[in-house]
Write a protein that binds this ligand. Sequence first.
Ligand SMILES: Nc1nc2c(ncn2[C@@H]2O[C@H](COP(=O)(O)OP(=O)(O)OP(=O)(O)O)[C@@H](O)[C@H]2O)c(=O)[nH]1
Length: 172
Amino acid sequence: LFKFSRPLRAEPSLAGAMKTIEVDGIKVRIQIWDTAGQESYQTITKQYYRRAQGIFLHIMKWVSDVDEYAAEGVQKILIGNKADEEQKRQVGREQGQQLAKEYGMDFYETSACTNLNIKESFTRLTELVLQAHRKELDGLRICASNELALAELEEEEPKPEGPANSSKTCWC
Ligand SMILES: Nc1nc2c(ncn2[C@@H]2O[C@H](COP(=O)(O)OP(=O)(O)OP(=O)(O)O)[C@@H](O)[C@H]2O)c(=O)[nH]1
């Protein structure tokens, strides 16, 4: 479950950004969408956000929305951003870890300003998605290796010489 900050967007005008990362030797092109927080949750005031309890309620709602509307097997991780602003911390690291654990999610504290855990969190989520699609991936790998083996076989097979390159005109 991602809530992205502006520095991660390729362009502020774009709804989604594309990025290619490598996981387990597989190049994965990921598309990142930024949910418009305040548009969906207009009834929750900014003051409410400041309280950890409010933040937790908010996360519970996101999790249940994702579970309800996303495809089956959707992968989620929990991220607490602005880790560089330690003096303004609203939620303890352990509280975040605890909540993530309750939902069976990995937990990362990130900073879009200092780049803390940005790559790690994207890579972890991509890993989880790949793991969830292991069967399809294995299928793709088998197809690719079969094609490779076929190509190698074709290369090895001696090609009959054409009449232009040979003085022989028949196989007897
Ligand atoms: N210090 C610090 N500031 C950040 C970080 N990430 C984002 N910001 C700042 O926080 C402010 C809000 O960032 P946004 O990207 O608009 O946050 P948002 O969650 O997408 O907000 P909505 O558009 O309301 O959903 C901006 O001024 C960002 O520069 C961070 O990791 N550290």
